[in-house]
Design a protein around this ligand. Structure first.
Ligand code: CA
Ligand code: CA
Ligand code: CA
Ligand code: CA
Length: 276
């Protein structure tokens, strides 16, 4: 091959690489009582840092801490481009939780965030919404929720109302409802989910056959559900991160349960196809 042909071939390869679709991975992860105690276990923290560094956005549930120290401390361990937004302490009783959303500022910026006002007082922990703009076309709303197990049916039934509310608030049709829905097992008849989120209007990315729990029981508590307008942005790739298999727990002295009782769930989106 002549020098010119080689040069042309190299240019073509470069062009293909630079045109490759850029994507983001969005996780939802119930970290189970994230606070001082969890942050005092270096190996647990190490695994959490590895998991969350693999995502561009992570919707975290179950931050339980009176002070901000565990969150600030954890953020300092992530790559410098990672930023976060965190909701207020939520819960009717003494046990309060916060919704926490961590994102890669090299790929996304936060346009706004808001707590669901819950006018009929349905939710134990009012879901927290973040309106994101990626560095390309894709913009979307992420609604982070942790459904109360004992009120799962009523809270899940109310979620489409939140979707409409935030769509109108920010004039944005692409919504990802992500979180620990407790939508299975003794808490909820998972076959009802498709009546609440019908196929004509939503795509349930994490469907009923996936096991999102670390325990031996098989339950699909954690979900990502997207509005139809976000189908064009979804790459079709998604999954459940069985972290003790991914990160070779044999080299750690901890058990998977010390990290969380839930696995993170994820979905991937392209940044360049959004039309709405
Ligand atoms: Ca959009
Ligand atoms: Ca299931
Ligand atoms: Ca399981
Ligand atoms: Ca869209």
């Amino acid at each position: 091959m002549s020098v010119i042909k080689r040069f042309a071939a190299a240019c073509l390869i470069l062009l293909i690489f630079s045109c490759a679709t850029e994507t983001i991975k969005i996780y939802s992860f119930n970290i189970q009582i994230f606070g001082v105690s969890k942050m005092s276990k270096p190996e647990v923290v190490d695994v959490l840092v590895k998991i969350i560094s693999g995502a561009d956005v992570t919707a975290v549930q179950e931050v339980r801490s009176a002070g901000a120290d565990p969150v600030t401390q954890f953020m300092s361990l992530l790559p410098p481009a990672y930023r976060h937004v965190i909701g207020p302490r939520e819960g009717r009783g003494r046990s309060k939780e916060q919704y926490w959303v961590i994102y890669n500022s090299e790929k996304l910026t936060v346009r706004d965030c808001a707590v669901w006002p819950d006018p009929d007082d349905i939710f134990e922990r009012n879901p927290f919404a973040v309106y994101f703009q990626t560095k390309d076309k894709f913009d979307f709303i992420l609604i982070n929720n942790h459904i109360q197990p004992s009120a799962a049916a009523a809270e899940i039934e109310a979620l489409p109302g939140l979707v409409s509310y935030f769509q109108e608030l920010w004039n944005e049709p692409d919504v990802l409802v992500a979180g620990d829905f407790n939508a299975d097992g003794a808490y909820y008849d998972e076959s009802l989910l498709e009546t609440i989120f019908p196929k004509e209007k939503y795509l349930t990315v994490i469907t009923n056959e996936y096991d999102t729990t670390v325990a031996e029981s098989e339950n699909t508590y954690d979900r990502i559900i997207i509005t139809s307008s976000a189908r064009e942005d979804f790459t079709g790739k998604f999954g459940v991160i069985r972290f003790h298999e991914v990160y070779e727990f044999s080299r750690y002295a901890i058990t998977p349960k010390e990290v969380s009782d839930h696995y993170p769930v994820w979905a991937e989106f392209r940044l360049d196809k959004d039309t709405d």
